[in-house]
Write a protein that binds this ligand. Structure first.
Ligand code: XLS
Ligand code: NI
Ligand code: NI
Length: 438
């Protein structure tokens, strides 16, 4: 097969002064930061659905992407050919992981059996390419939202057959994820939610979703899939009320259905902002509860209220993400999956390189800034000092469980009022952060 990107060679690190658009200025894969190489910190991943299948279609018009390797029809041959293009792209970019939905990689057939066969055929090529390049599968997932049979949802559909079809699909997706040595499996709710409570039995739908996830976990055990399961929050799109609204709602759901020790979070930046949170809030919340799993890295547009899935270019954001990640010891099974797409107007293949290079550089710069902030220690000390009242005296006693409302009431009656508050110093904190940014 002829190369899909013949004029592009492996993207190299050239340093901050480089003006070469096809080089990294900050991402230096083997550079060690806080005892780990950059590539180990990030475990960057390409999202097959956006990068290989994104057409640029929007509600106002069809696709715009110029992809010379795509055949006129989406048949099996074309799908296999596309796998080779994907691996050429990832190899040239220097990304070592990818993620996919079952339907991204292989076309649906006339029957489920035929669809499964198509998937097996493409998985053979994926496996070959993985072996050839050393690129690995970060996580697999099933598309339980595109086909019209899922119009009312998959696990939460009012139609029991849709649940059954989804179960068959996830069964197969788990098998191929295992076959490919995938390190995880993600549930994104797709259409698991509702548009109006008038036609919806919420309790029943949520119970079904809980049962569905249990079946997945059980089947994984049965076939020996040891990868990490992830649950990806998103508050809206496509339904008005998604059951997996944000990290807090997802953790509550998992605990309520006895799945809390089986499934972690896959946190996406643009989904956090759609929920009215920042990504660092979502990460911190998940990490504090022991649910930090993986990241779908992208960013939204604050002037647009939908999931624009843009590549991350904001160093403040990546710095904050990396501060949280470093604080909690980094990824174990997860990674940084670019769940992001080029704009509809950026239709040339080379734009895929520009987009990923920009995202990787922005994260690399964020990592360096975060590591410098941590090494300096000022910010950490300021936070520690802010909570000093909990380190000794009454605070330490409360933390040690030595108090009750009664004893605290006695304490306050005697003391009269609280020790005066100190300033929150938000502006100072921001200035300290900026010292490391510019
Ligand atoms: C969609 C989600 C999706 C998941 C995988 O908004 O981000 O792409 O990551 O199903
Ligand atoms: Ni995502
Ligand atoms: Ni998204």
């Amino acid at each position: 097969m002829a190369a899909a990107f013949p004029e592009i060679t492996k993207i190299q690190y050239e340093g901050p002064a480089s003006a070469n658009p096809l080089a990294f200025r900050y991402y230096n894969p083997e550079e060690v930061v806080e005892g780990k190489t950059m590539k180990e910190h990030f475990r960057f991943s390409v999202a097959y659905w956006h990068t290989m299948r994104g057409s640029g279609a929007d509600p106002f018009g069809p696709g715009t992407m110029w992809r010379p390797w795509e055949g006129p029809v989406d048949n099996l041959e074309n799908a296999k050919n596309r796998v080779r293009v994907a691996f050429e792209f990832m190899q040239k970019l220097g990304v070592e992981y990818y993620c996919f939905h079952d339907r991204d990689v292989a076309p649906e057939g006339a029957t489920l059996a035929e669809t499964n066969k198509n998937l097996d055929e493409v998985v053979k090529v994926l496996k070959e390419e993985q072996e050839r390049t050393g690129i690995r599968l970060l996580w697999g997932t099933a598309n339980l939202f595109s086909n019209p049979r899922y119009m009312h949802g998959a696990a939460t559909s009012c139609n029991a057959d849709a649940f059954a079809f989804a179960a068959a699909q996830v069964k197969k997706a788990l098998e191929v994820t295992l076959e490919l040595g995938g390190q995880g499996y993600t549930f994104w709710g797709g259409r698991e939610g509702y548009q109006t409570i008038l036609n919806t039995n919420m309790k029943r739908e949520m119970d079904h979703l809980g049962a569905f996830m249990h079946m997945a976990v059980d089947y994984a055990k049965e076939i020996g899939f040891k990868g990490q399961f992830y649950f990806e929050p998103k508050p809206k799109e496509p339904t008005k009320h998604q059951y997996d609204f944000d990290v807090a709602a997802c953790i509550n759901f998992l605990r309520a259905y006895g799945l809390g020790n089986k499934i972690k979070m896959n946190i996406e930046t643009n989904h956090a902002t759609l929920a009215g949170h920042s990504v660092e809030h979502e990460l911190e919340y998940a990490a504090a509860q022991g649910f930090l799993g993986s990241i779908d890295a992208n960013s939204g547009d604050l002037l647009l209220g939908w999931d624009t899935d843009q590549f991350p270019t904001d160093v403040y954001m990546t710095t904050k993400i990396m501060l949280t990640l470093l604080k909690y010891g980094g990824f174990t099974t997860g990674g940084l999956n670019f769940d992001a797409k080029v704009r509809r107007e950026s239709f040339e293949p080379v734009d895929l390189f520009h987009a990923h290079i920009g995202g990787m550089d922005t994260f690399a710069k964020g990592l360096k800034i975060a590591a410098a902030i941590r090494e300096d220690g000022t910010l950490e000390k300021m936070v520690k000092d802010r909570y000093a009242s909990w380190d000794s005296g009454i605070g330490a006693e409360i933390q040690a469980g030595k108090h009750s409302f009664k004893s605290l009431s006695e304490y306050m009656l005697q003391k009269g009022d609280v020790t005066p508050n100190t300033s929150g110093q938000q502006e100072l904190y921001e200035n300290v952060l900026n010292r490391f940014v510019f």
